[in-house]
Design a protein around this ligand. Sequence first.
Ligand code: GLC
Length: 668
Amino acid sequence: MITVNLVCNCTMKPSPKILIGYKNSSILARCHRTITMSMSNNSTTCGLNHDHNTMQFPFHAREFGRVMHGSQQVFGLPSSSFGQSSLIATTTTKRSVSTIAGVDFNFKSRAFSSSMETYENNNGKMVYVKSGLNVNPIMVERVDDGENSVAGEEVSNLEVGEKNEKRENVEEEGEKVEEEETEVEKEAWKLLQEALVTYCDTPVGTVAANDSDDQQPLNYDQVFIRDFIPSALAFLLKGEKEIVKNFLLHTLQLQSWEKTVDCYSPGQGLMPASFKVKTMNLDEGKTEEVLDPDFGESAIGRVAPVDSGLWWIILLRAYGKLTGDYGLQERLDVQTGLKMILNLCLTDGFDMFPSLLVTDGSCMIDRRMGIHGHPLEIQALFYSALRSAREMVAADENSKNLVGEINNRLSALSFHIREYYWLDPQKMNEIYRYKTEEYSLNATNKFNIYPDQIPLWVTDWVPEGGGYLLGNLQPAHMDFRFFMLGNLWSVVSSLGTPRQNNAILNLIEANWDDLVGQMPLKICYPALEHHEWRIITGSDPKNTPWSYHNGGSWPTLLWQFTLACMKMERTELAEKAVALAEKRLPRDSWPEYYDTRTARFIGKQARLYQTWTLAGYLASKMLLKSPEMASLLCWNEDFEILETCVCLLNKSGRVKCSRDAAKSQILV
Ligand code: GLC
């Protein structure tokens, strides 16, 4: 197998050089790239230079003797873009930093959004104007009167610089007064620092769980991409950006570059689910640190983590937004990695839908739970990643097509989800009266859903004014379960319409006992029981009803809930949930998940000192303290995305725009 050795002789003047070779090691017997770094025993510093001015992508495809396929050739990477690695000084995290003072608020302005303006016309409809032309809105929403009145554009109190009346810690001159950290927060920060994973003395991530009493850590001693997101946000919101930058760059280097079907290796562009820093003993008492990624080939169930790359893109955007350091996303190696993920997602398959087709367990729920096909979580992350990428892909000749593809996909995906995944009392009634076996482009029941599929529990569960996005949609199959992450992330990314976003929070509020109970938040509702549990989970003893992924409660979801609530001006809901979590989490040793209908018990097999539990809590607290930062992590309605759809579908001529045919209440 091929490994890359970045060897640093660190004891004297640094003279880094790249050794590229083949290695036969049982640990490294993988078909993907493993990065190794050698250090002498008494080495002082060792690492990659992450300064984009000096660091070069440390691999040259030709040096590997690898053939660069498709995307890399398309990007036209000049060989000069690869070079030698350089040495960096050890990064130490600033434990004592407790303000966000280090963050530059004067971010480089990024005017990627359209120059669209909206206003209400005489009939009370929202119209939008682009380049001085009146354009008929594709999707117009009106919610008459009421507190949650939204009209076409999401109302948010999170605009940067906007004064938040509730926040007494903002002085007249706009200066932030540092809020005291509570004892619980202090404990969580301490635990987060202890969870740091270093690679050649540089922090590169946080371990999934850090319980010294755990005799069988399985893979919880690894850095998971998805688990690191709340850690990253907590660090960024505290002004500590180096670890996040290191994480983004090191995971980038682990990204899969080639597919070898015969040994279950991942497709080009896939990001690993997790990685581990291993120390290997070499001759003469020297040791070697190895970054060893897992793309799912060691994971339970052998699932490829589709969400990893999507999270990576979302984090890359967040890093730029929160630090103002846009140089990172502009680097050639970062752009290449970004495009590789996008190419993997946008590639054609046999599927007809704009949503991503994936296998079961390809996201946070990483084992069999009947979420194969087009699960909401993946679609919401996909949408957010595409919106992030659109802001970051460097505009040049090579990326023209890619940007076009992103726009088209965004547009089709948003319509598809808003129209076909949405469930509220009115839509339920429509489904209840569906005719089946319809054949034509104008069929109302496009996916041939049999009304008997509507489960009994759902009919009374969705309140008037409430609604949610279904868990999954496939031919003759609607998954009526409520999945928290997908719904929250649809709010955050504006995958849902403004009215849908409000309705989702209405539903959570109305069903607080079911979805929050004694510990926020249910990963999905309700649990699969009896024969459904047997058939759908394959009788999984870890996913018994109301446990783990099957209706368990995951405190890590708190930060996503906080973000969604803040975006929709429902901050009090988030505060209520955070207060609830705060009471129990430290007492229960920060568990991974809770069991039972109301989240009464610590999860049967839950790890303790689970990092994303405490990081999710910290990120929530930090977001609540910094609404202006929270706003940078959300997306508002984008009228350009809506407009693209009309252009596309009408142009094809053959197919009538399904929006015309759509009779849903979300379209006026
Ligand atoms: C479990 C979770 C997964 C998480 C991992 C590490 O497998 O299902 O989402 O990433 O633990 O915490």
